[in-house]
Design a binder for this molecule. Structure first.
Ligand SMILES: *Cc1c(COP(=O)(O)O)cnc(C)c1O
Length: 396
């Protein structure tokens, strides 16, 4: 036992030595624009609760009601002890929201990616990933055993080169037909930039590949009906597998896939993270469903507009990449890991919480402050942030 801990201590020392040690910060308040950490109230710019729904009374009420009606726990996997009504209601609401035939919910976005990619691709298949996709997609692709190819971030020429290779490779005589699965995000989690979805759809169709798009950071924010970037890009009906999480703009927890009824029936039979895992608690499903309804309402539209107003206020003040469409994720690239941690500490001294994001979440030497704005922030909150940022290195 002693040597076990000694070994791990040594590994931790190595992580600390590279400026990469991570520690949990205990928060003693509900999610929101003000959070209490270690007795200090901080103005929070770290949350993916983009529409400010995580502590919304309607979501809380839906969760409480589900606890009263269906209990605190869910008992087992949905295939074992029966599938609770709140999960079905959530999935019907997601399918309706996303305009797909059906949807399936999972306990997290991570579990969604792992279950789905491993169900769809195996060792005879080829999975092509954008260089910057989320860790859960990378892990899923590796676990699937498929041959993996990575294309340069948002680089359509490189994607086409990989597809060309895969399409010719898949014609090699082989005992089973090979499939090509392209996976990308729509809004990238750490850079906040946008995938060229319409062009990616055209390419996957040209080469007969399947496309999976993770809308974790876009659901609730883009498109006329706020379905996501697929809607905004006019390709909602042309993506085989649409993925998202219920834990970001939707303010609850869990993940989902939506697509054809056949896809969902297949995942119920083959997605191991769905089959071999206890169903999410009824409270989570009910809160997520309330959020899906809320996002589609006039209030959802109004919240998105206030978020974009806040984004505009921040972006007009900092010398940062101006994107063609607004985004709630504003990365301030610092580069050096220790400097990023130092900058975050200086902001905390001014009662502002912005996380320093480091390897392995982003590449080495690409450390950053990742500012996220929400509809719950006020114009004064943004001014306070800008004032604090200006006390840092003027390079920001
Ligand atoms: C957060 C995130 C996930 C994981 O979703 P969880 O519900 O938090 O497990 C998946 N993909 C992307 C792009 C994400 O940012």
């Amino acid at each position: 036992m002693i040597s076990f801990d000694a070994e791990l201590q040594q590994r931790l020392a190595g992580i600390r030595g590279q400026g990469l040690l991570r520690e949990l910060r205990r928060v003693d308040s509900p999610p929101g624009t003000r959070i209490r950490i270690g007795g200090q109230m901080l103005l929070n710019f770290s949350s993916n609760d983009y529409l400010g729904l995580a502590n919304d009374p309607r979501l809380r009420h839906a969760a409480v009601e589900a606890v009263e009606k269906f209990g605190a726990g869910s008992g087992a996997s949905r295939l074992i002890c029966g599938s609770l009504a709140p999960h079905h209601e959530l999935e019907e609401a997601i399918a309706h929201f996303k305009q797909t035939e059906a949807a399936l919910s999972f306990s997290s976005g991570y579990a969604t990616a792992v279950g789905t990619i491993c169900a769809l691709a195996g060792k005879d298949d080829i999975v092509i990933l954008d260089k910057l996709v989320h860790a859960c997609i990378v892990d899923a692709a590796r676990l699937s055993g498929a041959k993996i190819r990575v294309f340069a971030h948002n680089d359509l020429d490189d994607l086409e080169a990989k597809l060309k290779w895969a399409a010719s490779d898949s014609r090699h005589p082989s005992p089973v037909p090979r499939h090509i699965l392209v996976v990308t995000e729509s809004i990238f989690s750490m850079d906040g930039d946008t995938a060229p979805l319409a062009e990616i759809v055209a390419l996957k169709e040209k080469y007969g590949a399947w496309l999976m798009v993770d809308e974790a950071h876009a659901t609730g924010l883009y498109g006329k009906k706020r379905r996501g970037l697929a809607e905004e890009s006019g390709v909602n009906g042309q993506i085989e597998i649409q993925m998202g999480t219920l834990g970001k703009a939707l303010g609850a927890a869990g993940g989902y896939i939506c697509g054809s009824r056949t896809l969902i029936d297949f995942l119920v039979n083959r997605a191991r993270s769905f089959i071999f895992s206890t169903a999410p608690v009824p409270a989570a499903a009910a809160a997520a469903r309330a959020a899906v309804e809320l996002v589609q309402s006039a209030e959802g539209a109004a919240r998105r507009e206030s978020l974009w107003t806040r984004v505009q206020e921040l972006q007009s003040q900092i010398a940062n990449r101006k994107s063609q469409i607004p985004g709630a994720i504003v990365p301030l690239i610092i580069g050096d890991e220790a400097k990023a941690v130092e900058a975050a500490a200086r902001l905390r001294e001014q009662n502002i919480f912005v996380p320093a994001i480091r390897h392995p979440t982003v590449a080495r030497g690409r450390a950053r402050l990742r500012v996220t704005l929400t509809a719950a922030h006020s114009a004064e909150d943004i001014s306070q942030l800008i004032r604090a940022l200006k006390t840092l290195d003027p390079g920001l």
